[in-house]
Design a protein around this ligand. Structure first.
Ligand code: F6R
Length: 611
């Protein structure tokens, strides 16, 4: 979603802002802008479209001289993407400029009041309300003014603010939308996300909710809403800078697909290894064996692909550990007034750790006294910090909007949990555990084999570039794989696609099958082969072209499929980790063939910080 960068120091601000915004492009945006103070006034340049346009308009920042400024990439929520709605926004006499991530929920009410006080609005945004509200309360003290505004606005925000009257300072404040600050060699930088500052520093300060920061060239000071100064400690970001670069690949998505074996290895064996003496050790869980044995129910809550990982998690945890699992979309869970059972635990899965609905679900569970485990990729993110315990997925920075390696790492975290719970609760014995561990350790190598076979998938994908609809079908875990395969295809290629539990076809969907419609059937669960093959025959006899993704050795499937992709043999609970690879590659190559913007699909954002 939106991105914020701010800078104050000895260097020219505009090129640093533009470069920082470029590092946040992956989050998704539709317009961008920067505001720079030039010693006498705040100048601004904004433009709809890609950052390239803003770079051209400002001659790579040269036309906006000055050593302090703020910048923004906007993903439209209030008002369409256009130059006027793009951030930054000014107050009426251009003495205050503000950039904003999040949503001001009571903006209509505030807008009415400010209009009654004589303020004129030029944009449709909720953010302009903040600019005028700052103006309304401003009596010369920025911190005091920001606090007054904080008391009036409802919703979520990360704000970057500059005041013409305070030409040596940049201000920022947050509530429910991430912000970090760090020192550069000649000043200070602020951003909504780590990649924007990595070039300058690895030591960042996370701004907590309702904290304000004042940056000057040489100093940064933090305040709470009572205007008291706060002491904060820096967190060191371990990411390798190159991990957030394309490294010779045509797209981040392709690079990240190729990083999946490493993401899986690192999630199995991070610095604090999760397999020790052939037993599963998840120290982050902070749970005794008795506590694990007393769990009655698990609630897995997430959005999008993380939810799909959760659907797989349900099958794996219920199958291995025999603990009942409810899996929910966070946007549904938070409003469905869930009945929390005693001795239950919630697992919130999120790559970014900032997804608004997932965070709200976490807070709801905690408010009901439920222990929350976060399965999170971004270290120090809101979900990681608010969960009672956090199990990190060590996938490294994921830049492509469509997740691949973080999803694969989420699956591994869920397998490890399932194995830990199953063994502790004596649902599997040591022999079974050792077999599972052996199969788990084999996954990265097996994934590499599938990735190296990409030409075959590319060749096949090229035939389906002009498809109108594609269906994915499967049963049990294969249904969960289908959900993710379908999402990967549609979100980056814009081809309509649906995933169905194969047994549901006859209840309506089959009427959509026409001559030549592509149906991708996933068959990794041996006990369900025959059932799914029957469904394949049903669609094939109605004209569908059937692609099957199945285990090596299941040649039976060839009778009902037009094209088969075999995956290496693994434990039935781990099949998702392998079957998803050809489906990710399929989505990627269809999108490539269509010439879509693979890493930044239209309308999508990497981190969905509004509900
Ligand atoms: C799809 C995708 C999204 C995310 C979803 C949740 O490829 O990436 O569906 O999975 O927006 O995001 P996180 O995991 O950051 O909570």
């Amino acid at each position: 979603m939106c991105g914020i960068v701010g800078y104050i120091g000895e260097s020219q601000a505009a090129p640093i802002l533009l470069e920082g915004l470029a590092k946040l492009e992956y989050r998704g945006y539709d317009s961008a802008g920067i505001a720079v103070y030039d010693g006498s006034q705040i100048n601004m340049m904004k433009s709809v479209g890609r950052l390239k346009v803003l770079n051209e308009l400002t001659h790579d920042g040269e036309t906006l001289p000055g050593t302090l400024g703020i910048g923004h990439t906007r993903w439209a929520t209030h008002g369409s993407p256009n130059d006027v709605n793009a951030h930054p926004h000014y107050n009426s006499d251009n003495t205050i400029a503000v950039v904003h991530n999040g949503i001001i929920e009571n903006y209509m009410k505030l807008r009415k009041r400010l209009t009654a006080h004589g303020y004129t609005f030029i944009s449709e945004t909720d953010t302009e309300v903040v600019a005028h509200l700052l103006d309304y309360y401003y009596k010369g003290n920025p911190i005091e003014t920001i606090i007054k505004v904080m008391h009036r606005v409802e919703g979520s925000y990360a704000l970057g603010i500059i005041f013409k009257d305070h030409p040596d300072e940049v201000y920022a404040v947050r509530k429910d939308s991430p912000l970090i600050v760090g020192h550069t060699k000649d000043g200070n930088i602020l951003a909504s996300d780590v990649p924007a500052v990595l070039k300058y520093t690895r030591n960042v300060y996370f701004i907590e909710n309702e904290e304000i920061v004042r940056l000057s060239k040489t100093d940064m000071k933090f305040y709470n809403v009572d205007e008291e100064e706060l002491e904060k400690e820096a967190t060191t970001i371990e990411w390798d800078v190159s991990a957030a670069e394309k490294g010779g690949y045509e797209h981040y998505m392709l690079k990240e697909m190729y990083e999946q074996p490493k993401a899986v290895r690192d999630t199995i064996s991070p610095a604090d290894p999760r397999i020790v003496n052939n037993k599963i050790e998840i120290s982050e869980l902070n749970m005794t064996d008795e506590e694990i044995c007393s769990i009655h129910k698990l609630y897995i809550v997430a959005c999008g692909s993380a939810y799909h990982a959760g659907v797989t998690g349900k099958y794996v945890i219920e199958g291995l550990a025999r603990i009942p699992v409810e899996v929910d979309l966070a946007s549904e869970f938070r409003y469905r007034d869930p009945i929390y059972e005693k001795n239950s635990m919630a697992i919130i899965i999120s790559q970014s750790g900032e997804t608004a609905d997932s965070l709200a679900a976490l807070r709801d569970a905690k408010a009901h006294g439920i222990k929350v485990l976060g399965i999170v990729n971004v270290v120090g993110s809101s979900i990681a910090r608010e969960a009672d315990s956090v199990m990190y997925t060590w996938a490294g920075p994921e830049i492509a909007v469509a997740t691949t390696k973080a999803y694969s790492a989420q699956l591994i975290a869920l397998y490890l949990l399932a194995m830990k719970f199953a063994y502790t609760r004596q649902q599997i014995d040591d022999n079974e555990l050792q077999t599972l561990i052996k199969d788990l350790r084999k996954l990265p190598e097996q994934m590499e084999l599938l990735l190296n076979n990409k030409e075959k998938i590319q060749h096949f994908a090229n035939r389906y570039i002009a498809s109108r609809d594609v269906f994915f079908i499967g049963r049990g875990i294969d249904y969960a794989i289908s959900l993710e395969g379908s999402l990967k295809l549609k979100e980056i290629s814009y081809i309509h696609s649906e995933a169905y539990a194969a047994g549901e076809l006859k209840h309506g969907t089959i009427s959509l099958i026409e001559e030549g419609t592509l149906v991708a059937a996933v068959l990794t669960q041996e006990q369900l082969y025959k059932k799914t093959i029957s469904n394949m025959v049903e669609v094939k006899s109605r004209g569908a072209f059937v692609l099957a993704v199945t285990n090596t050795g299941n040649t039976e499937v060839e009778k009902a499929a037009d094209y088969v992709i075999y995956i290496p043999q693994t434990n039935k609970y781990f099949a998702n980790s392998l079957a998803i690879i050809p489906l990710q590659l399929f989505g990627y190559y269809v999108s490539l063939g269509k010439g879509c913007d693979i890493d930044k699909p239209r309308n999508l954002a990497k981190s969905v910080t509004v509900e």
